[in-house]
Design a protein around this ligand. Structure first.
Ligand SMILES: [Zn+2]
Length: 334
């Protein structure tokens, strides 16, 4: 029958284009489904005379069988092609591994640690949640001192707070009673500062302490000079400006000559040739006596410096908030 031949050749053409199982399923529905082309021919059998019907029925059954058989054969072909497809292509270029690196603040901290270690300092750590005693009282901070103000300090309850500096670690180490002590305490500190280009409520400090027999201000100066020359270059000079800190007496602010312009004035040092680096001084005898150390026999010096401050100076960064935003475009530069 020409009509059935037409259906068969149309089917054969469409079968050749069905290159996946889903297309094959669609094809089966289009020919053998309830409204399929072959099914429609079966429905027409009723219009024929009883004499014509058996021959036509036999032809249709044959057509249906051939369509079914061809679809199944094609399905088997597709499945075996899928199985033999290689899952691993060894000729593909490899994936570039993502190489991480340390945060710029961690890099600076490591540099600071290694310079002080080379001078015989140990690295000590302590809790970030401190008591009022370790954070203020033991450091000789008077009750009236503004640092104790609730507006400046994150208090947890009446006695506990987030440490405002890493100096409490010095008290904890001195309390062990093993002298001499030569240590630095790097770590995170907290203050109620509103974030702006130079302030952030969390930042990093390094406190240093040396207690031994006969330690003088000259030792402090020599140690810091060596440190800053290692950090910023061998031409670096220091100047000490008298200051007040509860923990030390006498006390001084330390400035380093600008590593970039060598004192001539530039963007980094805001034109004045010097960089403010942090506080320092001789440990107040009251602090030593409070932890049971005889201040007639032992003397010491202490100093502090800011890791963010050094990183901003060294890398020429003008906004402290960039360190904490975790923006990879910023971090990848270091
Ligand atoms: Zn400068």
């Amino acid at each position: 029958m020409p009509e059935l031949d037409g259906i068969m050749s149309q089917f054969t053409a469409e079968l050749g284009e069905a290159d996946n199982e889903r297309a094959l399923d669609d094809l089966r529905v289009r020919y053998l489904g309830k409204k399929g082309l072959v099914t429609a021919q079966f429905k027409k059998l009723g219009e024929l005379s009883p004499q014509e019907r058996p021959a036509r029925g036999a032809e249709l059954n044959l057509l249906k069988e051939r369509v079914q058989e061809k679809i199944e054969r094609r399905r088997a072909q597709l499945q075996s092609a899928q199985l033999s497809k290689p899952t691993l292509d060894l000729t593909m270029p490899g994936r570039q591994p993502q190489v991480g690196r340390l945060h710029p603040l961690a890099q600076i901290e490591q540099r600071i640690r290694s310079i002080f270690r080379s001078m015989g300092f140990t690295v000590e750590t302590g809790p970030e949640i401190e008591t009022d005693y370790y954070n203020f009282t033991a450091l000789n901070t008077p009750e009236w001192h503004p640092a104790r103000d609730e507006a400046d300090t994150f208090y947890i309850d009446d006695d506990r707070l987030l440490r405002t500096e890493t100096s409490p670690v010095q008290i904890r180490v001195l309390e062990r009673g093993h002298l001499p002590v030569r240590m630095i305490a790097p770590g995170r500190v907290y203050r109620k500062d509103k974030p702006d280009p130079t302030h952030f409520p969390v930042f990093h400090q390094v406190e240093g302490l040396y207690v031994d027999r006969g330690v003088t201000f000259a030792d402090l100066k020599g140690t810091l000079l060596h440190f800053y020359r290692q950090l910023f270059g061998s031409e670096t000079e220091l100047r000490f400006r008298p200051h007040y800190f509860p923990f030390t007496e006498p006390s001084a602010e330390v400035d380093a000559s600008c590593y970039l312009c060598k004192g001539a004035g530039c963007r980094i040092c805001k034109g004045n040739g010097w960089l403010e680096m942090g506080g320092s001084g001789m440990v107040d005898p009251n602090v030593l006596e409070a932890v049971g150390i005889d201040s007639e026999k032992w003397t010491g010096y202490a100093f502090g410096l800011g890791i963010e401050r050094i990183a901003m100076i060294w890398y020429g960064i003008d906004d402290i908030r960039l360190f904490y935003e975790n923006d990879l475009r910023f971090l990848r530069q270091f």
